[in-house]
Design a protein around this ligand. Structure first.
Ligand code: ATP
Ligand code: MG
Ligand code: MG
Length: 550
């Protein structure tokens, strides 16, 4: 049964709990504050947080900010906001790896004292050369056998700022002929004269990820250090670090497969380029799959959690269809979002036999599948807006909407029959003229004749103008995501702006981030950045039709 099946990490944890290797599960999400989080990170966040909740454990949010090059406070703030929006609650357990720089330095000194680390003067390219390859062993650095005293002195001098960037490094003394290249005396510390967003210019040496990360986990009492598959080969080094530093109850690393989505751009590097090149409107452009962008587009935390649950956790790499994410937001909003009428590309429909000054109000259910959402009043009058595509002068077969002589139902209102139409000077349809039949009023029980088409509408004098943005994938679906030189295969039609749309009058009160179904059009969200009282802006989250099946 899907409901009771456990993923491989849960099985590991349950065994560890049972055998007493761990007492209480403690996980963390360790982002580097060098960009915005994306849908892939949501998998890691919800996995780590979910395990803590499931096993009554603890969850930390820890900024892995040990590399000052690309880290910024802006990213710290956006990450906090995204993690908490997703519902992962770190309570009072917010940490910065940079707060452990002293302990990391002490840990390095401890390794030197144990004869397990040395200062090396080889240049970067020499270190690479000496490291060897997958098929050939490395060779020892000529500085490998420095005395503990000399190493302590040199490492202290590194810290004092006596050397330039790249002049000297601290390396672990492990095994230059290990089949695992990560174990061939990896670098632990490097010199970098750089400002750090948290520690300023206090440090000019910074620890490498493979050294820093296990220490961070151990300091915080993390039991299960969960990371993605590319770190599998680094696990022996992780274990070496916690063993040589003699931590009690050392954390254990477990790897899972990254989440990849088809036809969307995940990697931070590519997203950053789109932002820097001005191809998208910032990190939260609704066409991106950063968490901030998904939120602005109108995705809910519930829909993202449902999606991550469906994807599951495994060790095998695969891509998930973007349509599955769309399925999840449709499912989530189906019963929650009020269903309204909006006309995106309007033409006028005039009911010639409807009294000129009359306005009547129809009581319309806010959600036909969820009665508890109540009803609203929708004004109806002689001049309406309908969608341009709901009228055709010369319809093809099976077109059941308006055309000369045809009768359709105006949703929630009356039957109308098309009598004539008017074109503007450009030859485009400007007005459709109809007559209505008062007998057919919605709710009257009229059944004398049937019509095949139902269209939506708005009373022109009551409708509220709005801008509606329609999105397609940023990447051309039929092509590879990138072509030569790694340039992205962009879809020129990824954004279509409907500047002259109209929505129901009640929507004038809509707040930023409010979500609606526009009948026949899809689900829409009030844009949190650009929408104002005077100019409502809606983003289409997703259309109503789905190609995705479960
Ligand atoms: P990117 O390569 O997109 O910049 P990253 O791994 O460099 O991602 P980090 O800030 O280091 O970004 O990631 C924080 C955590 O999120 C790490 O534990 C990482 O393994 C995890 N993570 C990153 N990308 C994915 C993904 N696509 N699927 C699942 N987990 C991910
Ligand atoms: Mg990383
Ligand atoms: Mg990264």
């Amino acid at each position: 049964e899907a409901a009771v099946s456990k993923n491989f990490i849960e099985l590991i944890i349950e065994k560890d709990l049972e055998e007493g290797h761990i007492k209480q599960v403690h996980t963390r999400f360790p982002p580097e504050p060098n960009g915005y989080l994306h849908i892939g990170h949501a998998k890691s966040i919800l996995l780590n947080y979910g395990l803590a909740v499931k096993y009554n454990g603890k969850f930390n949010l820890r900024f892995d900010d040990t590399n000052p090059v690309k880290e910024k406070i802006e990213f710290v703030e956006s990450i906090k906001s995204d993690v908490s929006w997703l519902g992962a609650d770190w309570e009072d357990r917010l940490f910065f790896a940079s707060d452990y720089f002293n302990q990391m330095y002490e840990a390095a000194v401890k390794l030197i004292n144990k004869g397990k680390a040395y200062v090396c003067d080889l240049k970067a390219e020499e270190i690479r050369e000496y490291r060897g390859t997958l098929t050939s062993p490395g060779k020892n650095s000529p500085y490998r056998d420095r005395s503990v005293e000399e190493n302590l002195e040199l490492f202290e001098a590194m810290k004092q700022g006596k050397y330039n960037d790249g002049e000297r490094v601290l390396r672990a003394k492990i095994d230059m002929s290990s089949p695992n290249i990560n174990m061939r005396d990896p670098i632990l510390y490097r010199v970098a004269h750089m400002e750090h967003h948290n520690t300023g210019d206090r440090w000019c040496i910074y620890p490498m990820y493979d050294f820093a990360h296990p220490i961070e986990d151990a300091i915080e009492g993390i039991t299960n250090s969960i990371c993605t598959l590319e770190f599998e080969d680094h696990r022996p080094l992780y274990d070496w670090v916690v063993r040589e530093l003699e931590y009690e109850n050392p954390p254990k690393q477990t790897e899972f497969a990254k989440l990849y989505l088809t036809n969307v751009i995940t990697g931070k590097r590519y997203i950053k380029k789109l932002v820097d090149d001005g191809i998208v409107d910032g990190w939260d452009d609704p066409r991106l799959v950063t968490i901030a962008a998904l939120r602005r587009r109108g995705y809910t935390p519930e829909s993202i959690r449902m999606f991550i649950d469906m994807v599951g956790v495994s060790k095998s790499q695969s891509s998930v269809d973007y349509a599955m994410l769309e399925y999840c937001i449709r499912e989530d909003l189906k019963l929650k979002a009020p269903r309204m009428m909006a006309v995106l590309d309007p033409i006028k429909l005039i009911i010639d036999n409807y009294p000129e000054d009359q306005v009547e109000y129809f009581d319309v259910m806010n959600n036909q599948e969820n009665e508890s959402m109540g009803t609203r009043k929708v004004p109806f009058s002689r001049v309406l807006y309908i969608e341009r595509e709901d009228f055709m002068e010369e319809p093809p077969k099976k077109y059941f909407r308006l055309f000369p002589g045809n009768e359709v139902r105006l949703m929630n209102a009356y039957f109308v029959k098309c009598e004539s139409f008017v074109k503007d000077e450009k030859g485009e349809i400007a007005e459709v003229h109809c007559t209505y039949d008062p007998e057919t009023r919605s709710g009257s029980g009229f059944s004398a004749r049937k019509v095949k088409g139902t269209i939506h509408w708005l009373s022109a004098e009551h409708a509220v103008p709005a801008t509606v943005r329609l999105y397609e994938n940023l990447i051309n679906e039929d092509n590879e995501p990138t072509e030569g030189e790694g340039t992205l295969n962009l879809n020129p039609d990824s954004l279509k702006i409907m500047e002259t749309s109209f929505v129901e009058p009640v929507l004038a009160e809509a707040d930023k981030e409010d979500k609606f179904q526009f009948v026949r059009q899809g689900f829409f969200c009030v844009d949190s950045k650009d929408s104002t009282v005077d100019n409502l802006v809606f983003n289409r989250i997703v259309s109503l039709k789905s190609s995705f099946k479960i």
